[in-house]
Design a protein around this ligand. Structure first.
Ligand SMILES: [Zn+2]
Length: 281
């Protein structure tokens, strides 16, 4: 009788607060977005973005990681630039090329109550080095990836601006190949991965329908600086016509949906966001 009562209480608590996943992590009943500071990129000369120094308010770029927690599971969107293994025990910032990060991603996830094994889905806006820094930590997640990016990462001639060591353990990870259309991750329209090729062939942005915050779009690298939005300047290395078309279709979507654009690399905008363990919902 006592045991039955305990089971009943546990069941009621679960129903009241959310669902349980494999490691008994409790998912909330309402969609949450945790913004995680994964470091920054030092930019001395913005000419590769087709800007002069004096045309930009802030030169350096933020690096955001985002944990999206849905009642049906959690998804990580982009995994930073500096691998967690680069951090020393003394707690000092770690660097990779011209990137610096101050706190490991896993330490920040732990503060929210998550380990990589609790994260059901891994999704990367694209395969560049400053977005895949800790991708290999999520080898137990299901990887939502475009075929074109998946094949490029494991081909004999690696594309530029990425690093094979950062995703090697993902070779045998369970994958869902994303269609050339919107992909509704949880089937209720609240977390949607949208095709926006140009920066890379499989580049994606993420639409989130947050109940209190309202709808937002996480930009990936469709934009880097807010100054790109009106000037429509496109960085070197992009397929210009594709990025232009992706931006035009995203701007139409923003207008129609009322979603706000959060530019992931916009250091000024990013610094104003509340960071994990606080969250948006
Ligand atoms: Zn980037």
């Amino acid at each position: 009788m006592k045991l039955r009562k305990m089971i009943l209480v546990a069941l009621l608590v679960t129903l009241a607060t959310g669902t349980l996943c494999a490691r008994n992590v409790r998912h909330p009943r309402q969609l949450r977005l945790y913004v995680i500071d994964c470091g920054r990129l030092k930019v001395e000369d913005p000419s590769r973005f087709n800007f002069k120094k004096e045309e930009l308010k802030v030169l350096d770029l933020s690096v955001g990681c985002y944990l999206i927690v849905h009642p049906k599971g959690a998804m990580i969107w982009d995994t930073g630039v500096v691998p967690d293994q680069s951090f020393k025990a003394d707690g000092s910032p770690a660097t990779k090329e011209y990137a610096t990060a101050t706190v490991p991603l896993k330490t920040q996830l732990a503060k929210i109550g998550y380990e990589p094994v609790d994260v059901k889905y891994l999704a990367l806006s694209h395969f560049h080095w400053d977005h895949v820094g800790n991708a290999s930590e999520f080898a137990t997640s299901t990887w939502l990836v475009t075929k074109v990016e998946h094949d490029a990462l494991f081909s004999s001639s690696l594309p530029p601006r990425t690093d094979a060591s950062m995703f090697a353990p993902l070779k045998d990870t369970r994958t869902v190949m994303l269609p050339e259309a919107d992909y509704d991750v949880f089937g209720d329209g609240s977390v949607v991965i949208k095709p926006t090729p140009g920066h890379t062939p499989g580049h994606r942005v993420l639409f989130l329908k947050l109940a209190k915050t309202g709808p937002i779009v996480l930009s990936g690298d469709l934009y880097h600086y807010p100054e790109e939005v009106n000037s429509n300047r496109i960085m070197q290395g992009d397929v210009v016509e594709q990025t232009a078309a992706s931006r035009a279709s995203l701007q139409a979507f923003l207008k129609q949906s009322g979603a706000k654009l959060w530019i992931q690399h916009d250091l000024n905008g990013f610094s104003k966001l509340k960071k994990a363990p606080e969250f948006y919902q």
